[in-house]
Structures are given as structure tokens and as C-alpha cells.
Design a protein around this ligand. Sequence first.
Ligand SMILES: *Cc1c(COP(=O)(O)O)cnc(C)c1O
Length: 362
Amino acid sequence: MAHVKLHIPGPVEVSEKTFKAFCSPMIGHRGQGFKDLYAKMQPQLQMLLATKQLVYLSTSSAWGVMEGAVRNLVQKKVLNCMCGAFSDKWFDVSKKCGKSAEALQVEWGSAIRAAAIDRKLATGEFDAITLIHNETSTGVMSPLAEIAALKKKYPDVMFIVDAVSSMTAVPLKFDELGIDVLLAGTQKAFALPPGTAVFAASPAALAKAATAKDRGYYFDFLEFQKNAELSMTPSTPSIGHCYALASKLDDFFAEGLENRYARHLQTNKMVHDWAAKHGFNLFPEKGCESVTLTCVSNGARPGGRSVDVAKLQKLVKDQGFLIDGGYGKIKGTTFRISNMGDETVASMTPLIAALDEAMKQL
Ligand SMILES: *Cc1c(COP(=O)(O)O)cnc(C)c1O
């Protein structure tokens, strides 16, 4: 069967070059070959996140590290900043880890604001917050720098940030932000197959984790640090992913990070322009739209166009492209189109043409 090109917000399209690297012959994970592979990637990962900390590789999807961060870093109470399906879920996950947790919920489509977090942290009840930088379900990007600035006021609170669908598409300067954990899965803007997560932890996070009695083994941050110092991972990693990531990092730096960020803005604008041309509104509040995907309102917002989303998806799929029909409680009243990863103006043009063609039949 012909491949339907992915324009859902993860997993996204994986290049031939990446797949080739993924299929490199297997090596032992405690041997010099693996250490060399990880050691070659380490400075590139550090440059990508603008950090002096070691960047870790976890063989898990993002949720592994998201749960792990809660287990390593929450002792008193965690404030879960919630503005969509993934961030809302982090609250459930915190409770499932046996942690005392409180929801800071805003309406889906809105961003998380520093002022709201500030009011909560001022109570002194919390020793950690979770925040999703780019809420993939609603297409909202919260103002990370403004929120991270609160860390100066609350140095003992652990700032745990999910950048799953924004890392590599926008600048994320870990040390400068001063946050404690920054994580992403590889099947989103990295454009790798699913199955690996990349993350960094601050010295304060490692010190806090050292005082946690029940941080478990698989996601023990101290194990990640200890092993990363030797260019290794705590347990056997997905070595195929490591080869693929090494290939991808070379791609990032060959293109140039600034060019990569600019390209995401450019391809994102193509989708915004398409939506405007057909009379659709966007779901996110103005000024907080994600640059890696577009969440189009299809009746969720007053005014604006709405169509039969299932039919739109089918018409587009028949032309070789998969778009998403909305997530969770906004399924159908929104739909989502991803431009993250390797997409260029040239590669997005046929998608836009297919969407235009579909609209003629709706
Ligand atoms: C996709 C996604 C996740 C979940 O990732 P998994 O790979 O399924 O664990 C978490 N957070 C955000 C923002 C995402 O987009």
C-alpha cells in the first residue's frame, strides 16, 4: 500500500537518511563503539539545548521521563499547569505516582501565564511545577521565558518542562532559562521514530533527586547522570535510535539551528494562511499559537468556517496526506496539521494543494 505522508502532530515523517542510520549494524551498549557514538552526540545535544549539563537519552516515550521527573523531584506538592490533554494528564500521572498534586487549570486554547503560577507558588505549598511548553492537543505555546523567570523568586521549586513538540523547532536555552528539567520525545519535531526521549536536569534537580527515597530505578535521574558521565545509559538503550539521532543532529547543524527555527515559522505560516484563506479561525488564543502545528477551529470558536472533519481527512488522505481530526474533547470541533520536523516550503506545498482541492468538495 502507498505510504500516506504524516502531517499529524506526531509521529511525523522520517527521512530515508534517518531510517538508514537507524538500521546500522548492532553494537554492544557497554563497548567503545557506543561510548564514541554518545560522546560524539553529547556536545551537539548540549549546543541544541544551550547547556553545560549532560543531556540524557532515555529509551521510552516522553511519558517515561514525565513520570520519572515527578518521581525524582516532587516531595511536598506539585502544581500541574493544565491547558490541554497532555498537560491535564500530567496531573493524573502525578496522583498515580502517589504525589500530592494541585491543578492550575486554564481553558483549553488559552496559555499558562506566569502571574497565575506566581499566585500559587506564593502560598509556599509547592516544591515543583509541571508545564507543557507547546500543548500539542490545542496548538498553544505558553510563554516559557516569562514563566521560567519565576524560578528566581522560587529557587527551591523544581520547574519541570515538557518541550515534546517544540524542542529543535524553537530556541530552548536550558541554562539561561534556569529551569530544572527539560524533556522531549523524538517522534515530534526531532523527526525520528518514536521510542526515545531526550532530557536535561539542573544541578539542583540532581541534588533534589538524591534526597528522594522512592525515585525508582528505570528513570532514576542519578543513574542517568552517572552513566552519561561515561557516555552510557543506565540500561540497554534503543541503539537504532542513537544512530538515527546522531544522523539527525548532523542534519540540524548542517542546516543551522537558526535556519531550522526560521523554517518552522515559515511552514507554519503556510498553514495559517491556508486556514485564513478558507475562512477558518484558529483555536489558540491570539499570540500563543504554536509554530510546529496548527490547531484549526472547526466550530470550537464562534464564527469562522466549519466542515465535516472526517470527510476533510478522507479527501486529503486520498491524495496521500494524513491530518489529525482533533484531540480529546475538541475532536471534530478542531483539526490539526503538523509542520514539524523536516518539512520545507517545497514539501508543504503539495499538502496545501491537497487541502485546497479537498475544500472544493466540501
Ligand atoms: C506527544 C506528546 C506527549 C506524549 O508523548 P509520548 O511519546 O506518547 O509519551 C507529551 N507531551 C506532549 C506535549 C506531546 O506532544
